[in-house]
Design a protein around this ligand. Structure first.
Ligand SMILES: NC(=O)C1=CN([C@@H]2O[C@H](COP(=O)(O)OP(=O)(O)OC[C@H]3O[C@@H](n4cnc5c(N)ncnc54)[C@H](O)[C@@H]3O)[C@@H](O)[C@H]2O)C=CC1
Ligand SMILES: O=c1[nH]c(=O)c2[nH+]cn([C@@H]3O[C@H](COP(=O)(O)O)[C@@H](O)[C@H]3O)c2[nH]1
Ligand SMILES: [K+]
Length: 547
């Protein structure tokens, strides 16, 4: 027996009444449907976005009583009339630093050191080197970024003549490259004696044969100071896989790999200075008197932007430090923060901040809102602060609380010039620290800079002593999942953001912000059911790839 579902909810259906012949004839003669004009890219905006559903940002965020997180809001789609690849993401991180990619890495000791900063800059973003270390260590990290030249390998794996074929095979298995320079003491900076490549060792059975007996000694080398173009020309001419760079004393100072000739052209969007063509690099410092020495050390190696790193940026300490830097190093961009209100932002803008970092307690490892009872939901904070900053030409960074591509798009849609990430980047190869396994999952450590662990290490290395102040932690330590290399992960994020812009019908960040402030970017607040509906649901199991 089949079950019938009564669509009238159990009520008896009304008895159909007969339609008169004249009414039936009139219905059949109903007026023809008015044709719409064809939709074309050249259509005026009033037609492309003819109906305004949802609400303008001002209506959503300016109510005052309620603050919204990224997940509380959703954007309504626009009209798609271009390909995702047509979208341009050019922006600024601070008054004088333009970016092709509006993504920056957080100054945290499990996120940004030189490797992260190099790869963020290569792909059009920027990295801020943390300062939970000695002045010397931070200076060295910034120096590495500034000295980086795409194409020159400055820290090649090297071996000594007493190493064996097994050692060379081990490097190949672990890092995937062949052609290992052999130097006197096995290190970079020591006299170059030869190169051992696959051809030298492939037919030798005994893995204990020493490299000194089999390496190639007749080498084509280039002298220190050679330009990348010249080095490439030599590599092409010599048909060798590797070109060692040596100084006047014959010591190894660098290496150029044939395989990198193509790769180095892969970064047309990199964040570089116009004159020296060096990658740009940011760094964080604090607002204590000793941070002035740190500042000078960073300026010595050419740091391009300074973040004054604090959870509450509206303090006389920060205002004093900002004025001090502006007097001493007028050329340097200073990004202040963190802030979440217009008052905080106003004080810093008035004192000359070149950029503002927005976010208090929204980060994945943050417990500030729990412990300090201060903060603000991030979407509202980004909108309110960015709106004021825009009037003064100051770019803003939406910092923290980003755990998906959608959150990046929402941060930018709320008015941020770029987005800063910690947890999203901490699991990549370029973040500091080694991977480890837990429950069969490959992880990397990630911790808040206000966590007890980070604070203890910080005061130990920064001040060379364990001070005995009572500390109140504002963060936790944990771990994040392996995300592989930024070489793949950043292009994935960038492409995702471009697709989001395409759905919104905006071709650039400038257009997005123009729509935002003209009330033409339309938002809606999602109820808890709306949020559930918008995330994965009703499945017994599912998988989500990290990249
Ligand atoms: N974005 C966020 O929500 C949060 C971020 N964090 C991160 O944790 C780290 C530590 O943050 P905070 O504890 O806010 O650092 P902070 O250095 O601003 O503050 C630490 C303490 O030192 C005081 N202080 C700063 N400069 C001073 C001076 N010149 N003289 C005397 N006292 C001074 C401050 O008032 C505060 O009590 C940073 O990396 C920060 O980004 C921490 C909490 C929240
Ligand atoms: O309350 C906090 N306690 C901490 O210990 C802490 N450490 C970092 N931060 C801030 O969090 C941002 C990174 O957040 P995500 O992991 O969500 O990207 C960072 O960029 C910071 O703004 C902290 N906030
Ligand atoms: K949090």
């Amino acid at each position: 027996m089949s079950e019938s579902h009564d669509l009238n909810g159990g009520c008896a259906s009304p008895t159909p009444t007969a339609v008169s012949a004249s009414t039936a004839a009139a219905l059949m003669r109903s007026p023809p449907i008015k044709p719409w004009p064809p939709v074309t890219p050249s259509m005026p905006e009033s037609e492309l976005f003819a109906f305004a559903d949802g609400a303008a940002a001002a209506e959503v965020f300016e109510s005052g009583a309620t603050g919204y997180a990224y997940n509380d809001i959703i954007l309504l789609p626009g009209h798609v009339y271009f390909a995702a690849d047509d979208v341009r993401l050019d922006s600024r991180v601070s008054r004088s630093i333009p970016l092709k990619t509006p993504l920056v890495s957080s100054p945290m000791d499990t996120v940004t050191e030189s490797a992260m900063a190099i790869h963020m800059a290569l792909q059009g973003g920027l990295g801020f080197v943390h300062y939970n270390n000695t002045v010397r260590e931070q200076k060295k990290e910034v120096d590495r970024v500034k000295r980086y030249e795409s194409g020159f390998i400055t820290d090649p794996k090297t071996l000594a003549p007493h190493h064996t074929i097994a050692d060379a095979r081990d490097i190949k298995a672990r890092y995937g490259f062949q052609g290992i320079p052999v130097t006197e003491d096995g290190r970079m900076g020591s006299r170059l004696l030869g190169i051992v490549s696959n051809r030298d060792i492939e037919f030798i059975r005994d893995p204990q044969v020493r490299l000194g007996d089999v390496m190639t000694r007749e080498l084509v080398t280039a002298r220190e100071g050679v330009t990348l173009e010249e080095a490439y020309a030599i590599v092409k001419e010599s048909k060798k896989g590797k070109l060692p760079i040596v100084n006047g004393r014959g010591e190894l100072v660098g290496l150029v790999a044939r395989t990198d000739i193509l790769k180095s052209r892969d970064f047309p969007n990199s964040t570089k200075d116009k004159v020296g063509k060096r990658l740009l690099c940011g760094a964080a410092i604090g607002t204590r008197p000793e941070d002035r020495d740190r500042l000078d050390a960073l300026v010595e190696v050419g740091v391009d932007a300074i973040v004054l790193d604090s959870s509450q940026g509206d303090s006389t300490y920060q205002l004093d430090m900002l004025r001090y830097i502006k007097n001493r190093h007028a050329h340097l961009d200073v990004i202040c923060g963190n802030v979440v209100t217009r008052s905080q932002a106003y004080h810093l803008i008035r004192a000359g901040a070149d950029g503002l970092r927005i976010g208090m307690g929204c980060g994945s490892i943050c417990t500030t809102q729990e412990v300090m009872a201060c903060g603000r939901p991030q979407a509202t904070a980004v909108y309110m602060v960015s709106q004021l900053a825009r009037e003064h030409g100051v770019p803003t960074i939406a910092d923290g609380g980003v755990s998906s591509i959608g959150h990046i798009i929402k941060g930018l849609s709320c008015g941020a010039s770029c987005v800063m990430m910690g947890s999203m980047l901490a699991g990549t190869d370029e973040a500091p620290g080694e991977y480890f396994y837990k429950d069969g999952v490959r992880l990397k450590k990630y911790r808040g800079m206000g966590s007890m662990e980070a604070m203890k290490q910080g005061s130990a290395v920064r001040y060379f002593s364990e001070d005995d102040r009572v500390r109140v932690a504002q963060g936790v330590s944990g771990a994040v999942i392996d995300k592989g290399s930024l070489r793949r992960y950043l292009p994935y994020l960038i492409q995702g953001v471009k697709h989001g812009f395409q759905d919104l019908g905006v071709l650039s960040l400038q257009e997005l912000h123009q729509r935002l402030y003209e009330g033409r970017l339309r938002f809606q607040v999602r109820t808890p059911a709306g949020q559930m509906e918008g995330s994965v649901h009703s499945l017994y199991t599912y998988e989500r790839s990290a990249v």
